[in-house]
Write a protein that binds this ligand. Structure first.
Ligand code: CO
Length: 136
């Protein structure tokens, strides 16, 4: 699989309003975008560090995957997202090698990316996202 870099880390938080000041005032990063993704029932806040981003995720509904994650595990790192220049090929390779796919075909994510998730059961417990940026 031809991955170029870690596109972002997804971090589950209870409240963006409470989490953003830590990233800005302590780590000195700048939140450059807040975006709601209704299909995922989340609100996201983005920070950039090098060519990697941090994606803070707040649930917008009780049945949001982020609400369920926080209920089970508390706040913290939720997923790792890798950049690929050929998402369908990466998904086909993962499936070929026995990895369970959450998304069999790419779908739209935040920031105009095409994304797909691999199941943590197949990835040693790390929810893994593969991203393709059609703007690049
Ligand atoms: Co993500």
């Amino acid at each position: 699989m031809n991955l170029s870099h870690i596109e972002h880390l997804g971090i589950a938080v209870k409240s963006l309003d409470e989490a953003i000041p830590y990233y800005e005032n302590v780590l000195g990063l700048k939140c450059y975008s807040v975006e709601e993704v209704p299909s995922q029932k989340v609100k996201t806040a983005f920070f950039k560090i090098g060519q990697t981003k941090l994606e803070l995720l707040e649930a917008t509904a009780e049945d949001s995957p982020i609400a369920k994650f926080i209920e089970k595990k508390g706040e913290g790192v939720h997923h790792v997202a890798f950049a690929t220049n050929d998402l369908p090929a990466a998904l086909a390779e993962a499936a070929d090698k026995g990895v369970q796919l959450i998304d069999k075909t790419p779908r739209g994510g935040a920031e105009g990316l095409e994304i797909a998730f691999l199941h943590p059961k197949s990835t040693k417990g790390v929810l893994t996202e593969l991203c393709f940026d059609p703007k690049k």
